[in-house]
Design a protein around this ligand. Structure first.
Ligand code: DQA
Length: 149
């Protein structure tokens, strides 16, 4: 099974970017941990980061054609604005979990709304790097539930 994990704008700056909010770990640190965890379950993790909305949309379509089974998405600030990402997730028909390092509902009001949440099967927010692990486990549960129905 292949799972695609997508990170949006500015997430390539993790470790340096506002560590009080986003933590000390780099994106590579987080993805290495997650990839090892996925491998131990026989799952291949594909990852992609871009700060460009169109590239992210294109990657969702490409992964869909490559038969990924599900998506994990930290869309960064595009979470709050991108109808295009919402539409790409819907078009993929893949189970997707939205995730955030920070607790977005405890922050500025403009972060309280997610454009992509209605296209996702679940949402994890506020657990730092652990949000990635939790979203991964949540996605697997949703995939297994779907397989049983
Ligand atoms: C974020 C939260 C977003 O509001 C913000 O724009 C980000 C990171 C998070 O992981 O906490 O870039 O998605």
């Amino acid at each position: 099974m292949k799972i695609g994990i997508m990170n949006g704008p500015n997430l390539d700056r993790l470790g340096k970017r506002e560590p009080g909010i986003y933590g000390q770990q780099t994106l590579a640190d987080i993805l290495d941990m997650l990839r090892d965890h996925a491998r131990s379950k026989g799952i291949v993790l594909l990852d992609y980061q871009s700060s460009s909305e169109g590239f992210l949309v294109d990657k969702i379509h490409a992964w869909t054609d490559e038969d990924v089974t599900g998506l994990l998405i930290n869309a960064g600030a595009l979470t709050h604005t991108s109808i295009a990402l919402h539409d790409a997730i819907k078009a993929s028909c893949l189970p997707a979990v939205e995730l955030h390092l920070s607790h977005v509902h405890q922050r500025e009001e403009f972060r309280h709304h997610s454009m992509i949440a209605p296209a996702c099967v679940g949402l994890v927010s506020g657990f730092g790097a652990m949000s990635y692990q939790m979203a991964f486990e949540g996605l697997l549960t949703k995939i297994q539930q779907k397989d049983r129905t």
